[in-house]
Design a protein around this ligand. Structure first.
Ligand code: ADP
Length: 174
């Protein structure tokens, strides 16, 4: 049985997860939003490891060490830029969540925290993105029982927090 938690806060401050997911850009060389916060908190060693990865396409995920963060790993995934919804944005966003969980499982990670990928600079509507996130993570956990013990959705603003809380109540419908 996997516990899914929804909290408000700064994902870089979590102390009780093996891995956090970073909403990176395809260069993997840092940026604004959560990406900037992750690089600042992790320190320069992270940028050095990221340089050697030579980028990451949207929908895929790459794993690095956690450096100064409490967790052992950072899973960098590149969300889709919102272009109106007809450019496979939902598929790419779902792939981000699935591939991040696969990457985590490959490292024997049992607890993982996600930010609301693509809902900042990349402009994905918050509610639509949350539906994809919750649905994809639940499906993955059902398909792969026993791999992950805890998933934390970390939201940065009250609106996102409320959207996730509502979705978590509607078991079986998303
Ligand atoms: P993207 O480029 O994928 O849209 P952003 O970092 O701009 O990525 O935003 C993704 C989400 O992460 C937004 O909802 C934003 O409010 C949120 N966010 C920004 N900083 C943090 C943080 N330190 N911890 C958790 N979430 C954050």
């Amino acid at each position: 049985m996997t516990m899914i938690h929804v909290i408000k806060g700064d994902i870089t401050r979590l102390t009780d997860v093996d891995a956090i997911v970073n909403a990176a850009n395809s260069s993997l060389l840092g940026g604004g939003g959560v990406d900037g916060a992750v690089h600042r908190a992790a320190g320069p060693g992270l940028l050095e490891e990221c340089r050697a990865l030579h980028g990451c396409p949207a929908g895929e995920a790459r794993v690095t060490g956690g450096y100064r963060l409490p967790g052992r790993y950072i899973i960098h995934t590149v969300g889709p830029v919102w272009r109106g919804g007809e450019k496979k944005e939902a598929e790419v966003l779902a792939a981000c969540y699935r591939n991040s969980l696969e990457a985590a499982a490959g490292k024997r990670v049992t607890s993982i925290a996600f930010p609301a990928i693509s809902t900042g600079i990349y402009g994905y509507p918050k509610k639509e993105a949350a539906t994809v996130a919750v649905h994809t993570v639940r499906s993955y956990l059902e398909e792969h029982p026993g791999r992950i013990e805890k998933v934390v959705f970390v939201l940065f603003d009250d609106e996102s927090l409320q959207i996730y809380k509502e979705l978590m109540k509607k078991r079986g419908t998303v």
